[in-house]
Design a protein around this ligand. Structure first.
Ligand code: SF4
Ligand code: SF4
Length: 192
């Protein structure tokens, strides 16, 4: 039986669909801290394109711990209007790092991932372009393969709006069975 959902505007059903998911994998061990990814990302997103580069406008930032020589590229993710209440700690190579060091959110507690002039949040858009780039530019410019690109398909559930006829037919099928509905429609079409 089809599960119908009323959302105040109409009936919907949930449908499973294949969705292409784009992933940038980060191998911290391979990052040499060259920051080429920051340069090309900010240049690609400059207006006009490639007219300037300013890592402050980059959607990828390389976190650097000078004492341990650790470089961790972090991609800009979502915007959040409030900073989170908790703080977790990461231990890498026996050194404690604040969770904020590796967080991709544009949040009020820091300047990272905000456009320097307007303070608008920055988010990685996977270098969407027309025509599309073969790979995101930070991946293309990362000569040490610390960044690699993958596309995969995932199954997701999406709301699909049902029109009135579909709802009516569905209830007839539920009541009389699909074959009987088909036979009736065929019989009716022969009469008309
Ligand atoms: S381009 Fe690659 S190696 Fe250079 S800083 Fe960025 S992620 Fe690290
Ligand atoms: S994928 Fe594109 S937008 Fe995202 S961080 Fe890399 S260069 Fe910037």
């Amino acid at each position: 039986m089809l599960a119908k959902i009323w959302n105040g505007e109409g009936f919907y059903k949930m449908e499973k669909k294949k969705k292409k998911v784009k992933v940038i994998k980060i191998d911290v061990e391979k990052c040499n801290g060259c920051r080429a990814c920051e340069v090309i990302c900010s240049a690609f997103h400059a207006n006009p394109k490639y007219s300037s580069n300013n890592p402050g406008r980059s959607r990828i930032r390389v976190h650097f711990d000078p004492l341990r020589n650790i470089y961790v590229p972090v991609l800009a993710s979502h915007y959040t209007p409030a900073e989170c209440a908790g703080r977790n700690t990461y231990i890498l190579d026996q050194v404690e790092h604040d969770e904020c060091s590796f967080c991709g959110a544009s949040c009020p507690s820091r300047e990272l991932f905000k456009e320097p002039d307007s303070s608008l949040p920055l988010k990685c858009d996977m270098c969407e372009d027309d025509p599309p780039q073969e790979k995101p530019l930070c991946v293309q410019w990362c000569i040490d393969d610390a960044l690699t690109y993958e596309e995969r398909e995932e199954e997701v559930e999406e709301e699909v709006k049902l029109d009135e006829m579909e709802i009516g037919l569905e209830s007839l099928v539920e009541r009389y069975g699909l074959q009987k509905v088909i036979d009736t429609v065929v019989r009716m079409s022969k009469k008309s």
